[in-house]
Design a protein around this ligand. Sequence first.
Ligand code: ZN
Ligand code: ZN
Length: 264
Amino acid sequence: MITFIDSHAHLNDDAFNEDREQIINSCFEVGVKQIIEIACETNEWKPAAQLCEKYKGQIYAAAAIHPINAEQFTDSSFEELKQYLTADNFKAVGEIGLDYFYEDSSPRALQQEIFEKQLDLAQDIKKPIILHCRKGKDVQDYSAYEDMFFALKKYNLSGGILHCFSGRKEDAFRALDMGFYLGINGIIGYKKNDDVRQIIKQVGLKYLMLETDCPYLPPQSKRGQRNSPVNIPEIAQNLADILGKSINEVADITTQNAKAFYNI
Ligand SMILES: [Zn+2]
Ligand SMILES: [Zn+2]
């Protein structure tokens, strides 16, 4: 059986409250053998730790405060975050970054401040980072990427992944220059994303990991439905088609990448 890793899932989202255990078991059945649970608000850290405990060696976690939850950042929540990240099964700091899409979400200056505080932390504890970067609503507004790379230059980090890659070619290659990976999910199959498909082709498999970002962003054939790690084989097939490779090769290389990156 071909096996995969979902390098970015939100299984503790309320969308899975009715059938979380069933979904997790069906993931293992379709070959998605390991999952990284991303806990990016304060109340998700504990459930993530519990999930890791329950599915030892199968589910690992990352923790942080997401830019759209920037207001949750306080001295005490930061201390708590540091505690969680000392655990062995918490493998990365994430997702962190900048999200300029919604004008009414956390102010940009506050997002930048907590992004840098969490970069400090990642540098101190020598764990890799998971980056979330979303451009402004204006088609021309790529300032989130500019600000993100400007901040990153100041740090000496233990690796990174630019998750849900949807930037420009120059953003992809700036990430690669830093030794970072790109996270590939269902959006690569969306009709409007020809640019992203072209960029991924130029980047190549060596720098890619598979993710769902579930319950959001289902692959094209499941648009409008809840996403879950069960869809990873379909995303892998989409990627294989784009790259002109076999699904086995996509599974092998992306699994190796995720294992090396998350140290699992
Ligand atoms: Zn994200
Ligand atoms: Zn996410």
